[in-house]
Design a protein around this ligand. Structure first.
Ligand code: GLY
Ligand code: MN
Ligand code: MN
Length: 446
């Protein structure tokens, strides 16, 4: 946790950017796996943690926007709980640690929310129990979906995004910790992976290192010889000599900040020329796109730079053809990189995605594309010093997508479909770093 002054400042800034109302920031509850006391690992709500610091369940924060008064609400534990959980700090002590007042217990919070329902401002809920709670407390007039424009406060969402988007130096230190642990995971995986192992053995090694760092994985790890399946969490394949193993795995620092790193290497053998050629294109996209990061440049334009680098490289190998700019304008590169170049990262691996991708990643100047591939770019807007984002170019050979485009003649002027036959079992390569935008350029974290 940071010192109380960090949380006091954050809450003051939040209150001063919201006109009026009672800002309600509930923490997360435990989530049972199969019965109440056997829970999934607890993950605090990132907005609560940003403004209230504590990584404990069953707490809530309220901030009066007009006065700035902040109250931490929760139940003090009974002697019965002490027997099972040991001594715990009182809610008053927890409140003091973050420079807030002690609110009441959770029943008193319930009463307050019901009484002031019309003034309560909340963020879009992402857990079913939170939706139920809001509906019970903030009245039946709320619609069934509770996102922005439907109950949740857009004013509050925008104020939180403005604060959380700019990382302070103490946050960057935490993100360096997360990335350093993530890099250890990748180094160990590369040293350990060998033909005959299950992907799961590598996945287990990685997760152990995240836990040894006194944190955990910041998202379920991708450890796969089928790197062309983008979100592939299956770990049951046996590694073969010469397989490309794609590992997308990051650790969460004890403070909750995330790392999100991808590396791809060949198992038990040097890369073949064919593998290395594709790798080199992805590496160039990573290096050049990272070097282009600075305030004022839109990330959409850097995403399109990646498209041009990939198109130029694949044209060189005879897999694409035609004018590079025209190919990228037509979206031809998306056959090989159907995802975006990256996203904001912070307390969440896809930072603030609960608040709405377009509000986080786009604005009036830069609108989200509707084109296949580029429409999946989560961050498009102009960069500012203090943003932290991922740069994650990739090249994948997805047989079903290739077949569909070939049958439809999609971007046929730019793709040598016949030459792709030799790549149907290639898999995919992605490389991903986490980078802070500075006043003058960028700094690769870790
Ligand atoms: N690990 C998820 C992502 O790279 O966005
Ligand atoms: Mn990733
Ligand atoms: Mn990522």
């Amino acid at each position: 946790m940071f010192s109380a002054s960090t949380y006091i400042n954050r809450r003051q800034q939040l209150a001063s950017s919201v006109a009026s109302g009672l800002i309600f920031l509930p923490g997360n509850r435990e989530a049972p796996m199969n019965y109440t006391d056997n829970t999934y690992p607890f993950r605090q709500d990132s907005n609560f943690r940003y403004f209230a610091g504590h990584n404990l369940p069953d707490l809530a924060l309220t901030i009066d926007a007009a006065s700035g008064a902040s109250r931490l609400w929760g139940n003090d534990i009974s002697l019965d709980h002490v027997v099972w959980m040991g001594e715990q700090p009182s809610v008053a002590e927890l409140a003091k640690a973050i420079g807030a007042e002690r609110g009441g217990n959770l029943a008193e919070l319930s009463d307050l929310l019901k009484k002031q329902a019309k003034e309560v401002l909340f963020l879009p809920p992402y857990r079913a129990e939170r939706k139920t709670f809001l509906k019970e407390h903030l009245a039946s007039q709320l619609p069934s979906e509770l996102g922005v424009g439907a109950g949740a406060s857009e004013e509050l969402v925008r104020a939180v995004i403005a604060l959380r988007s700019i990382k302070s130096s103490e946050e960057l230190e935490q993100m360096d910790i997360a990335v350093r642990t993530s890099m250890k995971m990748h180094a160990a995986a590369k040293a350990h992976a060998a033909p005959g192992q299950l992907e799961a053995e590598v996945a287990g090694l990685i997760e152990g290192i995240a836990i040894s760092g006194n944190g955990r994985l910041s998202y379920p790890a991708i450890v796969t010889r089928n790197g062309h399946v983008l979100h592939n969490h299956y770990h049951g394949n046996t590694l073969q000599k010469g397989d490309l193993l794609l590992i997308d795995a990051g650790a969460e620092a004890p403070s909750g900040y995330a790392g999100d790193i991808t590396r791809t290497f060949s198992v038990g053998a040097p890369m073949t020329t064919k593998q290395q050629d594709i790798y080199d294109i992805v590496q160039k996209a990573l290096t050049d796109c990272t070097a282009a990061l600075r305030p004022g440049v839109s990330y959409l334009s850097i995403h399109l730079d990646a498209g041009r680098i990939i198109t130029a490289g694949l044209k060189n190998l005879g897999l694409m053809k035609g004018d590079i700019d025209e190919a990228v304008a037509a979206g031809a590169h998306a056959l090989f990189m159907p995802h975006g170049l990256g996203h904001m990262i912070g307390l969440d691996v896809h930072d603030m995605e609960d608040l709405g991708e377009d509000l986080v990643g786009y604005d009036d100047k830069v609108r989200r594309s509707t084109q296949f591939g580029t429409r999946s770019l989560r961050l498009g807007r102009e960069l500012q010093a203090g943003f932290v984002l991922t740069v994650e170019p990739g090249i994948y050979f997805i047989p079903a997508l290739i077949d569909q485009w070939k049958a439809d003649g999609t971007c046929a002027d730019f793709i040598n479909f016949d030459a792709l036959d030799a790549y149907r079992d290639f898999g995919g390569i992605r490389l991903e770093d986490n980078v802070a935008v500075t006043e003058t350029g960028y700094r690769v974290l870790g």
